[in-house]
Design a protein around this ligand. Structure first.
Ligand code: ITT
Length: 202
């Protein structure tokens, strides 16, 4: 049977970025939904690594012959003791719009000077291979929380995540620019090196 990668994510925005970043990898890549799996996975870990592996394990149990990857990611704001961190998706309520969530974070940082607004996006990619091997890698991108919501691209907290090198938020970068420097791009390129030991990769 042809080798495939199944991504244990229900987040469509992540999936779009993942497919673009891994497009040169000559392997078919599907989200769990695309292969007919629609389950809620309880993310009860306290680190990105634990949660990424929890998601990967839940799908690997159902599809033991595939390469399973999972992404756990989030925004760490230093002034807020690294919150929302692993709770990024749940911060302010799962169903609350990101316009509201982003404004809530801006309000929490009201009056905080620029040098104290440091933050980073973190992405941990967990992999479970058909031989049972488990790996995980972490990618980050450093930046600052801006002063207002800016930009239409990306998703989630992108409109408040300012990247000094580019002079704009990650929501103002093109998808190609974001993928080239993002936490997810960096983590996926690192997991490719792990997969390279099985099959040639990007
Ligand atoms: P899955 O667990 O199904 O993959 P999820 O959205 O619940 O989807 P996480 O638990 O990993 O995923 O939460 C990640 C959250 O962190 C995500 O919902 C965003 O709020 C934020 N986030 C992660 N990567 C981001 C990015 O590239 N840009 C903006 N926000 C991001």
């Amino acid at each position: 049977m042809e080798e495939r990668i199944i991504f244990a994510t229900g987040n469509q925005h992540k999936m779009e970025e993942i497919k673009e970043i891994l497009k040169d990898l000559n392997m078919p890549i599907y989200s769990m939904k695309e292969v007919g799996i629609d389950i809620d996975i309880e993310e009860n870990g306290v680190t990105f690594e634990e949660n990424a592996m929890i998601k990967a394990e839940a799908i690997a149990k159902l599809l033991p012959n595939d390469i399973i990857l999972a992404d756990d990611s989030g925004l760490e704001i230093d002034y807020l003791d690294k919150a929302p961190g692993v709770y990024s998706a749940r911060f302010g309520g799962r169903d609350t719009s990101y316009e509201i969530k982003n404004q809530m974070l801006l309000d929490k940082l009201e009056g905080v000077p620029q040098e104290k607004r440091t933050a980073r996006f973190v992405c941990v990619i967990a992999a479970i291979l058909p031989d049972g091997r488990k790996e995980s890698v972490r990618g980050t991108i450093e930046g600052q929380i801006g002063y207002k919501i800016e930009g239409e691209n990306g998703f989630g907290y992108d409109p408040i995540f300012y990247v000094p090198e580019y002079g704009c938020t990650t929501a103002q970068l093109s998808p190609q620019q974001k993928n080239a420097c993002s936490h997810r791009g960096n983590a996926l390129r690192a997991i490719c090196k792990v997969l390279e030991t099985r099959k040639s990769c990007v």
